[in-house]
Design a protein around this ligand. Structure first.
Ligand SMILES: Cc1ncc(COP(=O)(O)O)c(C=O)c1O
Length: 397
């Protein structure tokens, strides 16, 4: 699909060179951390470290991306879902009611980078002697009342590639000193590195007009297609070459693959405070502009200090085609309507069903600004006009 602007952050040469080796912000620089290919693999290894036995249960939110649920099941645990209200807040009564002798852990997701009532989660877990899994996949950095997100869970997970122009990158943070993580790391093969290198060149091509980059990117297509043929005999190498890093599947053959060295290099070269600031500016602008759009509301009406949104969620109740309409206008929006875990009994969770059907995620990444947000506002105004039958043309204030 052709979008008006990039749906993900762009990669520029100066993010590769000169080498900056910046410190990651805390808690990512101080706790034991493990860099994995994907955040879902961090959940997998985190659950194993918690020692959840087959047949024991993890309580997980009914509003989710299936990638956060599948690794729990792959560890042999069962998943029971708890109610998440229409404002994405957890229903603690429902959680309490579902705790039984088989429950070992609770998963909390800081949706879109906005903090959940994580101290309440922590207290509940203490009261019932459960582990807390803090899902920070939508958090670049963040805090709540002065404490850092990612420091509350017995384990916490992060997904760098959601915020940064990386091929791969998830992180497991272990806050509970009694836990031991044991990952039988796979060696990243030469072909894996070629695949990552090729992706970096593709990303550079997207951001640059340089002919050299384009030629280099094409040249790297050759070893890949050759390799795919030659190595079709080896299952693991085949799996590495056919990795689709945007996939929502859980591939057990990739669980022990490390985050690539290229991606770790880029991660350490990024100016994370600047990225956080840009995402906040974009979100604040959207928040202001949305006030003048009838029928379209921001899920979070405030942008608390320290929050760095991954995306900006808006509700469009009563407009079933809203998401498709925005995409048809070239706006790279997301939703979770297509990534509901197959084990969720959705009929028992009308609030989650409402969110799957109506919540649309607008991009606020660091490579967009006022013109792109203006285009989003115009498209949303057009969507309102289609609903009300009037023509709309507006300029952002
Ligand atoms: C809430 C949440 N947790 C975990 C994940 C898994 O992240 P990754 O794609 O890096 O495996 C996702 C992915 O979308 C997510 O949205």
């Amino acid at each position: 699909m052709q979008f008006l602007f990039p749906k993900e952050p762009l990669l520029f040469w100066d993010m590769l060179y000169p080498v900056q080796r910046r410190e990651l912000p805390p808690p990512l620089n101080v706790k034991p951390v493990h860099h994995l290919f994907w955040a879902r693999n961090a959940i997998y290894h985190g659950i194993r470290a918690l020692g959840v036995s087959p047949g024991e249960c993890v309580l997980a939110p009914s509003f989710h991306c299936a990638t956060a649920i599948e690794p729990i099941l792959k560890c042999g645990a069962r998943v029971k879902f708890y109610n998440v209200r229409r404002d994405c807040s957890p229903d603690f009564n429902d959680i309490e009611a579902k705790i039984d002798s088989k429950t070992r852990a609770v998963l909390a997701i800081h949706y879109f980078g906005f903090p959940q009532p994580i101290r309440e989660f922590q207290q509940l877990c203490r009261d019932h002697r459960l582990y807390l899994i803090e899902d920070c996949a939508h958090v670049l950095t963040g805090e709540t009342d002065g404490d850092l997100l990612g420091t509350f869970g017995d384990i916490s997970i992060f997904s760098w590639r959601k915020f940064l122009p990386l091929y791969d990158g998830g992180q497991l943070v272990v806050n509970n000193p009694a836990l031991k993580v044991d990952i039988p790391w796979a060696r990243n093969s030469l072909l894996f590195n070629v695949k990552v290198g090729k992706n970096i060149l593709d990303k550079l091509t997207e951001a640059s007009r340089s002919k050299t980059v384009k030629v280099m990117s094409r040249v790297l297509d050759v070893p890949q297609s050759l390799g795919r043929r030659l190595l079709s005999v080896s299952r693991r190498q085949g799996a590495v070459l056919s990795i689709e890093n945007q996939s929502v599947d859980f591939d057990p053959s990739l669980t022990n693959v490390r985050m690539s060295g290229f991606s770790r290099h880029i991660l350490r070269n990024m100016d994370i405070p600047a990225i956080r600031e840009k995402r906040r500016i974009n979100s604040a602008y959207l928040l202001t502009e949305l006030k003048s759009l009838p029928g379209i509301t921001a899920l979070f009406t405030r942008l608390p200090e320290g929050v760095c949104p991954w995306a900006f969620p808006v509700l469009s109740a009563g407009r079933p085609g809203f998401h498709a309409f925005l995409r048809s206008k070239g706006i790279p929006t997301y939703s979770w309507s297509g990534v509901i875990h197959r084990e969720l009994p959705i009929e028992e969770f009308p609030d989650a069903e409402f969110l799957y059907q109506n919540l649309v995620f607008l991009p606020v990444h660091q490579n967009i600004g006022e013109p792109e947000i203006g285009a989003m506002i115009q498209a949303m105004a057009d969507a309102s006009a289609v609903k009300s039958g009037s023509a709309a043309s507006r300029k952002p204030s």
